[in-house]
Design a protein around this ligand. Structure first.
Ligand code: SF4
Length: 287
């Protein structure tokens, strides 16, 4: 079993939504907010991925935003343009607030995998900085419009998981864990967890892994159901208890996924044949 922060928080919010996404493999609907967040992350990765600690100009950064802009999930061009304009403003604010202290991070979009015994815990850390005093800071960018309640931030597993990863994979103990909320241009920093706190995090993740391995996938209606990609196939909202409708919707979603997989296979095969790679061996193995 592979778990990530996103998968764990999805399970904790609603086990059935987790099952649709991670067991059945039904992709979530693309949305303007997902594209907005993905594009800003890509632009900031580009800002810091350089050989020497000299930042590009703001104009170059804005140009790069255009080239990495994700166009999925928008209703029309007008909506896309307003999100793009907003992303430009957010990047400009970020740039002005941070360019004076520009330094190269020690890790950027860094993937990790931890063997937790019965499962693999994996993820991608946006950034790790090493400050002039030699202390490390883990930074995760957030693109939510609204700031979260502090009580929810304190319960959040993301930064503690990254702290675990930094310790296990690179032997680094960070002195600060930071969520950087890009839209209001506001940082929330906390001290790292002590051994006891980390042990509680491990226990919580182990608990989720155990429930998943026992096939516990009850729908759990919550305040985010209105934005859930699976609402139209979720039995919790099937008021007429029309099981056939629910199965048909799920079937349609899986057919859609198969169609997308066929497209991806065709693209890969075209690329392989253009490079002169034979597909015969793979076909024999599949047979
Ligand atoms: S609609 Fe709500 S209850 Fe149903 S799967 Fe989504 S989050 Fe869970």
């Amino acid at each position: 079993m592979r778990l990530s922060y996103t998968a764990i928080s999805s399970y904790e919010r609603c086990p059935l939504a987790y099952r649709y996404r991670y067991v059945d493999g039904i992709e979530e609907e693309p949305s303007p907010h997902l594209s907005f967040g993905r594009s800003l992350h890509a632009a900031l990765e580009w800002l810091y991925r350089r050989d020497v600690p000299v930042p590009p100009s703001l104009e170059e950064l804005q140009e790069h935003l255009l080239s990495c802009w994700s166009r999925e999930g928008f209703e029309d061009e007008e909506q896309e343009e307003s999100f793009l304009e907003h992303a430009r403003e957010v990047l400009t604010c970020y740039y002005h607030a941070n360019v004076a202290d520009f330094r190269l991070p020690v890790a950027l979009e860094e993937r990790f995998e931890l063997n937790m015994g019965g499962y693999i815990l994996s993820g991608v850390i946006d950034r790790v900085d090493r400050h002039p005093d030699g202390k490390y800071e883990i930074i995760d960018y957030k693109t939510n419009r609204r700031l979260p309640e502090l009580s929810r931030l304190r319960e959040d597993l993301q930064l503690p998981i990254y702290q675990l990863a930094c310790g296990e994979v690179w032997g680094i103990t960070p002195s600060k864990l930071t969520f950087y909320y890009l839209v209001p241009n506001q940082r929330f920093s906390t001290r790292p967890l002590d051994e006891e706190g980390l042990a509680r995090v491990r226990e919580r993740i182990d608990g989720v892994a155990e429930l998943i391995s026992h096939g516990e996938f009850e729908p759990t209606p919550n305040r985010l159901c209105d934005w859930c990609s699976y609402r139209d196939i979720c039995p919790a909202f099937d008021r007429a208890e029309d099981a056939e409708r629910s199965f048909r919707s799920r079937h349609r979603a899986l057919l859609k996924r198969r169609e997308r997989l066929d497209e991806l296979i065709s693209e890969l095969e075209a690329e392989m044949s253009s490079l002169g790679f034979s597909l015969e061996d793979d076909a024999t193995e599949c047979d």
